[in-house]
Every structure is written in C-alpha cells, then in structure tokens.
Design a protein around this ligand. Sequence first.
Ligand code: AMP
Length: 592
Amino acid sequence: MDRPAVIVKTAAELRVPPHWRDYQRERQQDPWAAARRDLQLDPQGPMNMAVLAVDRHLQQGLADKTALRFVARNAPALDMSYGTLAQQTNRLANVLQALGVAPGDHLFVLAGRLPALYVAVLGALKAGVVVTPLFSAFGPEPIATRMQLGQARLLVTTDILYRQKIRALRAQLPTLQHVLLVNPDGQLTTEPDTLDWTTVMAGASDHFTPAPTTADSPALLHFTSGTTGTPKGALHVHGAAITHYATGRHALDLHPQDRFWCTADPGWVTGTSYGILAPLLHGVTSLVDREEFDAERWYTLLQDERISVWYTAPTAIRLLMKAGPELAQRHQFPDLRFIASVGEPLNPEAVWWGKEVLGLPIHDNWWQTETGGIMVANTPAFDIKPGAMGRPLPGIDAYLVTQLQAPGEAPRVRVLDAPEAQGELALRAGWPSMFRGYLNNEARYQQCFADGLYLTGDLVRRDAEGYYWFVGRLDDVIKSAGHLIGPFEVESVLMEHPAVAEAGVIGKPDALVGETVKAFVSLKNGYLPDEALRSDLQAHARKRLGAAVAPKEIAFLPTLPRTRSGKIMRRLLKARELGLPEGDTSTLEAGA
Ligand code: AMP
C-alpha cells in the first residue's frame, strides 16, 4: 500500500491537549529549570530520586492514589498506593541501615517484576544506597560478573532464583554480606546465610529520614555491554530524576490522570528510568505485568486496564503484528492516547500498523544506558516521519561527527554541519541524567567524550528537517529483542568448553527480534564438529548465560579469521553470514 512519508498529527488523535505543540518554541525554554520548578527543588539543596518519586506526593494529597498496579496470571491484582509505597520503602531503608549498609554501598536486585523489586529499588535510593537491578533471566555467569564488578554488598532476590543461580556462586562474591530472600508465596525462607524479606520488613519502622543525598550523589549503576572485555557499569546520580521528569513530559506526554504501562523489565535501563521513576515522578498509576509477552494478554491488558500511555519495544510490536490484526480487532482501546517505543529500530511498517490497527501511530524514540533518559524522540509536538527516531528533545543538543584520532589517541571530532548528513550521533555533555562514570574505568569514560560532546557509538542520518534516522552501531554489540548483548561475554563462556579453540560471536539480522546471537567456533584437535557437540555447546551456553543471551545458532569453522594483531574479525564473520563480498563490511550497518 502506498503511504505518505509523514503522519500528520491531528488534535483528535491526541485526545487530551498535549504538554507542548511547538517544537521550536519549546526548544528555546530551559526544560531542566522548568522540571526543578515543578519538583520544587532548590538546585543547591538535598535531592533524592525516591523522595521525589514517592514521598513528595503524600504532601499533595495523593497517599491513596495507586502508584503501582501489579497483575499476574494466577494471582489477584495488587494495587500499591503512594502511601503504602512510602511506608514500605521507609521500612526497607531502615532494614538496610540496621544491617549497616551505608550510603554509597551497592545493592543488587535480582527478581521478576514483583512488588519487592520496586520497594527494594526505591527504598535503597532513599537510604542513599546505589542500586543495580539485574535481569532475572540472566544465567549465573552474567550475574556473577556484574556483582563482582559492582562489589555488591547486599542482594535482594527470590528464594527460587537464589537456589538456581546464586547459592553456588556465594564463594565467588566476597563483598556480598547480606542476601534478602523474597518468597512470592509468602512462606518463610530457610536458606542458610540469608534473611527472610517478610520477617525483616515486618520488624522495621514505617518512618525514615532520607539520606542527605544531592543531585550529584550516586544512585543507580546500570551495566551495559561493550565489544571487548567485561560489561561496563554506567553510574547515574540522583539528579537524573530531572531528566526522567522532563522526558516523561516531553517524550511520553504523561499527565496526572494517565494510566501508564512500560513493558520493559527493570533489569534493563528502560524498565528503571521509565518503568519505575518517570511515571512515579509524575504521580501517575503504572501497570506492572508479571508475565512474559503474550499477544492476547497484552491486548486484554491495554483494554481492561484502560492504559492511556504505552511505552513498549519494536520486538513486541512486531510480535503483535505477527499475531494478526483480527486479534487486535477483538479488543477496544478507547483510553489509549499515546504509544511510544524504544531500544531498536522501529520499521515504518510498524508505525503505520499502530495507526491502522490501534488507531494511533507509534512514536519511536532513542536513548541508551549512558544517557539515562530519552534524548531523541517523536513527540506530540510534531508530525511523524515513519522510520525516523525523531528530533532532539528540549535541553538536548545533538550533532553528527566523525572521529579523527589515530588508534590509541584521545578522541577528536569534526562536526558535520551540512543540513543533511550521516555520522556518529554526539550530544552536548551536561544533561542531568548523563552517566557520571564507568565504574573503576575512568579511561574508558574519558574515551566517550571529545570537545564537550558525548559520543554515542551510533551511526545516524539527519535529514534537512532535523529528523534523525538510525543507521547502525559503530561497534559489534548485538541487539536482540531490545537487549544489548556483548559478543565478548558470549565468546568467553564458549571458550570455557573443553572442545572450543576459538569463538567469534555476531548478531545475525532477524525480522522479528532485530538480531539473534550466532556463534562461530573452531574446535581443538580430537573433537568432531557434529550435532551432539553442537547441542552440548548450546546447553553449556544456556546454562551459564541464560537463554536470552546464549547463541541461538552455532556454526563450526576450521579456523576463525583474525587480524594481524590476533583479534577475531567479527565483521568478516558477519559479512560471510550475509553473503557479502569478503572485506566489504561497509554496508553492514545499513540493516542493523
Ligand atoms: P541500551 O544501552 O541497552 O539501552 O541500548 C542502547 C542502544 O540501543 C543504542 O545505542 C542504539 O544502538 C539502540 N537503540 C535505542 N533506541 C533505538 C531506536 N529508537 N532506534 C534504533 N536503535 C536504538
């Protein structure tokens, strides 16, 4: 079907008057000052994300309003009000204090989307403790690496996950002093060297004086994958809440009466910044679905939970498209008024599908772990060009650059001024949610900046009207179902297998999930490249890494291509996989 290049916004489609309509005018305002005013913040005074997201609303008479509504297949829905969330987070903060966990210490959370996860994250923030939510589908290897790097002092997890993934690791986690075990069935947990969540929470006070944090105090540690080496811990500060609030307004158009659903898991940065913080900062009611994706279930939730603003991911949208329009047409979405998505390229087809099947186009937006919040977005303030990731939000100055330095030198860049250009996306450093360091790796952090610009590592195109279009990654990291996967982490686990001599891991383009993880291995002498070994390798990788990270495909090669300095040439493996001429990796980005 022929479709125009632009979806023109109409007032009817927006349903409620949006916060902003004039892109140019809003860009001339200072969104951070406006957010500070709304949040009644003194720039020099104390600042705590959790106090702003939860306790602040109690003074505004919202104690009884539902903050988080948890739904699950086999359990009744549970509504947690702002008042209860304030009490529960105070209790957790008291528990941490009683255990001797101090401001600046690191707490990890490994759990499904249970109420305790949200209480743990927000309670720790109140106590000034730095929080890392980990993806609960990770296998023991990614969990151990991250907890070791992050020097976890305390872990909140469930009894099942503890038994499956942590118990055998404890000896490798010398900094870990306390483990709080949540039993979702309400039974007492009896694991040695752990504490029972329900018991310790029951004995704690509802009152807590928040730690004296400021905008610059560390708050969240999110791990992200690079091409080489271990994952990087991107450190974020309490001041990031200013971006969460401002982008909740500009990119998601949150209004107090909204019922919001962010489908991302808090184990990934979107699930924390927009699944926990931004909606609570706006005092809205958020839905938390404890189940995994299911097309019928999702349409029913959108309808029955009267979701008005929905923030999801391209893979999920493609899965809904695959389920066919008839399923959607059996439901009605009169309350839905704004849909946004993030994490991977959103094909124009998906934007149109939203408009035709759900009655609303999907607003793609762009950001990454290091930026802490949405930077470039399609917003209510301008028409959508399906396929474009939007325009820089107010307060964000975006540039296209090429890096000029020789290998090993500090980055130097040339800014590409032409109205239409393609280059690396760079952002003027200094927005409130910009990461403040990679944990224990200052040199790597400094490599991300040149001439006051943060270099994102993404290749993009800017058109004459200032819309940005994603072209590809400049490095080899893999995006599968919206999750960033470091090839090195997968290669390292494959190399642990006694049969493997070399391993090279790439992202193989996939119409549904963007990319799937594909591994190439060469074997040590004496091992046969047969189906039995392939299954054994796959099982080994799944057990160590978890199904979301392990390779879906493993191919055997006699040797892997290497550079003269000995590095495995993943780009060449990818070119071969795609049937491109050897050495022609220039087009690899285009379909990323
Ligand atoms: P993460 O740090 O895991 O959130 O991943 C961030 C990366 O995901 C970005 O650097 C991009 O490569 C990719 N990404 C995020 N949003 C988009 C988008 N709207 N379109 C294309 N790629 C995206």
